[in-house]
Design a protein. Structure first.
Length: 434
């Protein structure tokens, strides 16, 4: 998962509220909800740190940021929330300068931020939450694309993962609320929306009629025809439904980019992780999607050095990634999470984990370089994010040719001229729509 905030931003400006976001796109969406609640509550000068717990490194970065914010903003009200705070609130309450610690469920409630004489720790049992409330967000600070929560929590218990204890069990946002949120964002000028959640492909199992993710997307696109680009966050390789496959084949507004929650490419490691897929499931999925839409690019999350992973098991993962040519690879050295079964398994030495992660990143970089080179001469449509650069439809990094400019949020049709410094160079075909 990719950090979502400008963690090196300057000291707090007097009177302004600030939200520092770590971790996934769902956290980015929730931070915008928090920002709205702060403003509605009349807060002034509050600093909220929305933490992640996916790895020990993510928690370390959050703690480091909290201490820096305390040091740089003496006297400011500093509140810590997010998954790390949900899982271990006392640890964050003990950091000098932290005023409050708020749980993942509580942070989404307007009344939490309006409380007077609020408790120092306001964290309840996330496993008791049964519904996910809808929230309307009209903008995302400093972002060209918008994120929309469609699902929350996870019913699965992978042996390495602590996130269900921070997010609770799976629960879905009603389709009508999703449609209303997307309409609001499109009306605010957003050209691309990303559907996000903890386990997105489990969407709908708790709703009346049990609609699938594909059925929800089909209705969303039909009811919001003015939405230009729709993208999915991470999906499970064995939970893509038939409706979603049909959309991949037929719906141009659904971007040709799937990010897979892969984790490993060896069957024994996958079984010990308690994943729902095996190696061949991933191969069949990639082959099927490419047959339906050949321009699809793939991303994947992969853990290097999972407990008990032998050299041969690791080579199976490396061979799968190289063979499939996964272009957008996120690699994490295994990080033991106290309270998870994997933390009690025989551990791979840290130096081997680090070396294996470096090898997988090198494979990912080679895959990306080869794919980018193969796109020269093709056409694409780039969503400008900043500095006249952004992402194409298949999430390729693209910069406009020198001498051309476009505002963030514009979608610019381009011809790909070449590759430079790990990204494509595109010549605009038409003047971009604002």
């Amino acid at each position: 998962m990719t950090p979502a905030a400008d963690h090196d931003s300057p000291a707090q400006a007097p009177g302004t509220n600030r939200v520092e976001t770590f971790g996934c796109r769902l956290n980015a969406y929730e931070s915008e909800v928090i920002r709205g609640h702060l403003d509605a509550a009349g807060k002034s000068g509050a600093i909220v740190v929305n933490t992640c717990a996916v790895t020990a490194e993510a928690e370390r970065q959050a703690r480091q940021a909290i201490r820096r914010l305390v040091r740089e903003n003496p006297g400011a009200e500093i509140v810590v929330t997010g998954c790390a705070a949900q899982i271990d609130p006392a640890r964050y309450a003990a950091i000098e300068g932290v005023a409050r610690v708020i749980g993942n469920e509580e942070k989404m409630r307007a009344e939490t931020w309006a409380q007077v004489d609020a408790p120092a720790i306001h964290v309840t049992d996330i496993m008791q939450v049964r519904e996910t409330a809808a929230h309307l967000v009209s903008e995302f600070d400093g972002r060209a694309r918008a994120f929309v929560q469609v699902q929350q929590g996870c019913d699965h218990r992978c042996t390495f993962c602590i996130i269900p204890f921070g997010r609770g069990n799976s629960r879905s946002v009603p389709i009508g609320a999703i449609v209303e949120q997307v309409r609001t964002l499109v009306a605010a000028g957003y050209r691309e929306v990303v559907l996000t959640g903890v386990d997105v492909t489990s969407f709908g199992g708790d709703l009346p009629g049990r609609p699938t993710l594909g059925q929800m997307i089909r209705r969303l696109l039909a009811l919001v025809p003015e939405l230009e680009r729709l993208r999915l966050s991470s999906v499970d390789p064995v939970e893509i439904d038939d409706d979603l496959f049909r959309l991949i084949a037929d719906e141009e507004r659904l971007m040709p980019h799937l990010h897979l929650s892969l984790q490993a490419g060896d069957d024994m490691v996958l079984k010990r992780m308690k994943r729902r897929h095996l190696r061949d499931d991933v191969v069949r999925l990639v082959e099927k999607v490419c047959a339906l839409r050949p321009d699809t690019a793939f991303g994947a999350d992969v853990i290097a050095g999972f407990p008990t992973e032998s050299d041969a098991m690791f080579e199976n993962t490396a061979a799968l990634l190289a063979g499939l040519g996964i272009q957008h690879l996120h690699v994490f050295p295994y990080s033991p999470r106290p309270g998870t079964p994997a933390a009690r398994m025989p551990q791979v030495p840290a130096d081997i984990r680090k070396a294996r992660a470096a090898r997988l990143r090198a494979i990912g970089a080679a895959n990306l370089d080869a794919w980018l080179a193969g796109r020269v001469g093709l056409r694409d449509r780039v969503l400008i994010e900043a500095d006249d650069a952004g992402r194409g439809e298949s999430f390729a990094p693209i910069a406009l040719e020198p001498g051309h400019s476009a505002e963030p949020g514009a979608v610019v049709p381009v011809t790909i001229l070449g590759v430079e410094a790990g990204r494509l160079i595109g010549r605009p075909l038409l003047r971009a729509a604002a």
